[in-house]
Design a protein around this ligand. Structure first.
Ligand code: AMP
Ligand code: GLY
Length: 416
């Protein structure tokens, strides 16, 4: 069987690693992949937004199943294009991908179906958006409606910061078209968690939750990033809380998509904010999280292809997910400067996997025989252990072996 994985990050490396672990006989391809993925799969230099190029490759190569890693091709409608040609592809269609492609679409859905979320207003006119700010307390959250490469959310501490953010998005178009509509939202405090779920249109099956550390610096200081590290299972979410999440957030999602005729098949990533008894939805994503995937798939005992098949045949309710009793910790090594400007092309040394430690490549490439940095987040050093402490120790032992110029990482992943 030929399987194509679309993407080039740690998430896709973890997906390829899991597929290879489940079935050594698979013929794996990745587009475009990275220097780590290429040890497990044939990498083809087609970018994730080149839908026609990907389709042509899948048809010519006779790919049996395509798994889409990142949101961009999903939001652009890759699933509709592949399915129109009779190809199997895992991920939501263009209509359903709006849960990530439009924050306003998601807010309208959440409110319509009474799923708890922060109070918000959507605006398409600059003067109205600026006036709306008076109706919100500080800090206030300003979100560009469309995809903005993870940078479209500003938590404004002052009135000026808020009006600057609205003006930058709407008038100065810093995120292009994505900011022509803005969502202004009440700020929620608490602890964030990511609930990743398989959805077949009728059932929603959550994976064991992971905790993501989004801030760049130790102690949750500094700028928001795509995620600087994760651990799983979560200490924050116990069984009682998971039942509440299922009842108040996940089950209403299924009822809502049925009522609204949205055919959602794939992964739903529910970002939540927990504050005591209050659990609010912050966002939906329509793909696995990165680096949540690294600590999740490594502990999943079912075959990923079996689950994907159950999603396709709408028989997810018959699948029971089983998890290793181990703990997993992923520490991201990033390029100095990330999430702001950083340099690429730094030679990486010390890339040697130890037992129970896996080095997932997030942003790397081969250059004249060397593996060099090729992104903000470079590597996800992921370890498993009998306890969280053991996994954490092994992951940091792994980090200590690796070096590249201006490497940076947080020292407190899985500590709190
Ligand atoms: P989003 O893409 O909507 O998840 O926003 C990115 C990040 O901004 C989230 O992971 C949170 O850390 C933060 N955020 C978003 N919305 C809110 C909110 N209403 N209150 C507090 N923080 C938020
Ligand atoms: N780690 C957060 C995300 O994948 O969106």
């Amino acid at each position: 069987m030929k399987v194509l994985v679309i993407g080039s990050g740690g998430r896709e490396h973890a997906i390829v690693h899991k597929l290879r672990k489940d079935d050594r006989g698979l013929e794996l391809y990745a587009a475009p992949g990275n220097a780590g993925i290429q040890l497990l799969a044939t990498c083809v230099p087609i970018q994730v937004d080149d839908l026609e190029g990907l389709l042509k490759f899948a048809l010519e190569e006779g790919i049996d199943l395509t798994i889409v890693g990142p949101e961009l091709p999903l939001v652009l409608g890759i699933v509709d294009i592949f399915e129109a040609k009779g190809l199997r592809i895992f991920g939501p269609n263009k209509m359903a991908a709006q849960f990530e492609g439009s924050k306003d679409f998601t807010k309208a859905f959440l409110m319509k179906h009474k799923i708890p979320t922060a109070k918000s207003e959507t605006h398409t006119k600059l003067d109205e958006a600026l006036r709306a700010l008076d109706r919100f307390d500080l800090p206030v959250v300003i979100k560009a409606d469309g995809l903005a490469a993870g940078k479209g959310v500003v938590i404004a501490q002052s009135k000026k910061e808020a009006s600057d953010a609205v003006t930058d998005m709407m008038a100065n178009q810093v995120f292009g078209d994505a900011g022509s509509k803005v969502v202004i939202e009440e700020f929620l405090s608490g602890i964030e968690a990511s609930i990743l779920c398989f959805v077949d249109g009728h059932s929603i099956v959550p994976m064991q939750p992971a905790q993501d550390y989004k801030k760049a610096l130790d102690g949750d200081e500094g700028l928001n990033t795509g995620g600087m590290g994760t651990y799983s299972p979560s200490k924050v979410i116990d069984e009682a809380m998971m039942s509440k999440i299922q009842r108040d957030i996940l089950d209403p999602f299924i009822l809502g998509i049925k009522q609204d005729n949205i055919n959602f098949k794939g992964i739903l990533f529910v970002g939540i904010m927990i504050n005591g008894d209050a659990i609010n939805v912050l966002e939906y994503n329509v793909r696995m999280g990165d680096p949540e995937t690294e600590v999740t798939l490594i502990r999943l005992e079912n075959s990923l292809l079996d689950i994907i098949e159950a999603v396709e045949t709408e028989t997810l309710k018959d699948i029971k997910l089983t998890w290793s009793s181990s703990h997993a910790v992923c520490v991201i090594m990033a390029s100095g400067g990330y999430p702001e400007a950083y340099e690429k092309g730094k030679k990486i040394s010390g890339l040697k996997e130890a037992s129970d430690t896996f080095i997932f490549h997030c942003g790397t490439k081969m250059l004249s025989g060397d593996i060099v940095t090729n992104g903000g987040r470079v590597l996800g050093i992921t370890s498993i252990g009998r306890t969280l402490e053991e996994a954490r120790e092994k992951a940091y032992d792994g980090v200590a072996e690796i070096s590249f110029e201006k490497a940076c990482f947080r020292g407190d992943i899985a500590l709190f």
